[in-house]
Design a protein around this ligand. Structure first.
Ligand code: NAD
Ligand code: ZN
Ligand code: ZN
Length: 387
């Protein structure tokens, strides 16, 4: 089959690889009908999240069930499903405590409990390196979905792929960032990064009762899309002092909630400088520091932007002095996905207005290029494996 294969930093191509097969009784094989490129994929492309050997990319996908393992009960051949990105067994400690991205079983299926860059392994994602379980991803014609009774959600026939594709990751991720702050209504929410995740967090902020939503991004074309799609106020850090501007907008206090939907991205020029090896020096955490300055005392900073351990120098002094609550991590997609599919059905939210490019999988190298380098006003690329 055709798939987007990571070979080494900077090198992802559309390549022919063996078709996936059922490996465990609970697997299904999915024929992928739509798949997207995520900002998180760029960290692999950059070498910020290291991967030593070839791997099929992609954790945002949906499709039609092609083949069903003997123990699968909830799905049958022909079902159309969207697949949340965390691979979750559904019955371990973490899966039964609402924390499926930390599933104790999924990351051991291939590699055993020892090793890795972190001190305790746990949690697996599709197409997200050996550190996260070594599973092949969904930027491909077909993908094996383990524990298929747990995560995939059947999609109503009358909804298009594009209407629901982003339930696999970025809408629940943007929703997590806002849910972590537990809005009561009337809050000012400042969202750093107006990429796909930031745009989804903006939608979630309105739906959770924010009174003002402020989008911050150095790219004016992305701010324009944010304004058009989500009716937010915008700030460009290249044009204004963002901390000062947010304080001015909030009577000097600062935003109730700051969301970091940037992560590694802010360090991309830095990563490029060191030629995308994993031996870089500690990063500067520019966006988190700005969030800490721009949030009010007692406010919440939600970090959904991804960081790797090389960026482990943390501004703990500011955090202590201002009494800031910090929430962060991989989104708990399974906790939200059923509620969020209902919001789409009830037409309370539209997700596909962020798509800027629709390309065949065969053009995946070009797709990664324009998404990474922010060319052609790229915001979100959806790939069709069958075009
Ligand atoms: P993206 O690269 O398209 O968006 C990042 C945006 O941040 C860009 O628009 C960029 O211009 C902007 N930016 C860069 N420096 C900035 C700065 N100093 N201040 C404000 N904005 C700045 O990526 P994306 O797909 O939107 O993903 C964003 C982040 O979210 C990535 O780190 C990604 O890995 C992460 N992510 C996390 C989860 C999760 O579960 N926690 C899920 C999906 C994505
Ligand atoms: Zn993603
Ligand atoms: Zn589990």
């Amino acid at each position: 089959m055709k798939a987007a294969v990571f070979h080494k930093p900077g090198d992802i191509t559309c390549t022919t690889v063996p078709d996936p097969t059922i490996e465990n009784a609970g697997d299904v094989i999915l024929k992928v009908t739509a798949t997207a490129i995520c900002g998180s994929d760029l960290h692999i492309l950059d070498g910020g999240i290291p991967q030593a050997k070839d791997m099929v990319m992609g954790h945002e996908f949906m499709g039609i069930v092609e083949e069903v393992g003997p123990s699968v009960k909830n799905l049958k051949r022909g079902d159309r499903v969207v697949v949340p990105f965390p691979i979750a067994c559904g019955h371990c400690f973490f899966c039964t405590h609402g924390a499926s991205p930390h599933c104790e079983n999924s990351n051991h299926e291939h590699y055993g409990p020892e090793g890795g860059l972190v001190d305790q392994k746990g949690g697996a994602l599709f197409g997200y390196t050996d550190l996260y379980g070594g599973y092949s991803g969904g930027q491909a014609e077909y993908v094996r979905v383990p524990y298929a009774d747990v995560s995939p959600r059947i999609v109503p026939d009358n909804m298009t792929d594009e209407q629901v594709l982003f339930l696999s990751d970025i809408f629940p991720t943007g929703w997590s960032a806002i849910d972590w702050a537990q809005l009561k209504g009337g809050e000012v929410v400042a969202i750093f990064g107006s990429g796909p995740v930031g745009l989804m967090a903006q939608k979630a902020a309105w739906l959770n009762g924010a009174s003002r939503v402020i989008a911050i991004d150095p790219l004016n074309y992305r701010l324009a899309r944010a304004k058009q799609a989500n009716k937010v106020e915008t700030l460009n850090p290249h044009e204004v002092d963002v901390v000062e501007a947010i304080r001015e907008m909030t009577g000097g206090r600062g935003a109730d909630v700051c969301v970091d939907a940037v992560g590694f991205e802010a360090e991309r020029s830095f990563l490029d400088k060191v030629k995308a090896t994993i031996n870089f020096e500690k990063g500067t955490m520019k966006v988190i520091e700005t969030c800490f300055k721009a949030v009010r005392r007692g406010g919440t900073v939600s970090i959904v932007g991804v960081y790797g351990t090389p960026f482990d120098n943390f501004p703990v002094g500011q955090m202590f002095d201002k009494g800031i609550t910090i929430k962060q991590g991989q989104a708990q997609v399974l906790n939200y996905v059923d509620h969020l599919i209902d919001l789409i059905k009830q037409e309370k939210v539209v997700l596909d207005d962020i798509i800027s490019h629709r390309l065949p999988l065969s053009q995946v190298s070009h797709a990664y290029d324009i998404f990474k380098n922010k060319q052609e006003d790229c915001v979100k690329v959806v790939l069709n494996p069958w075009a």
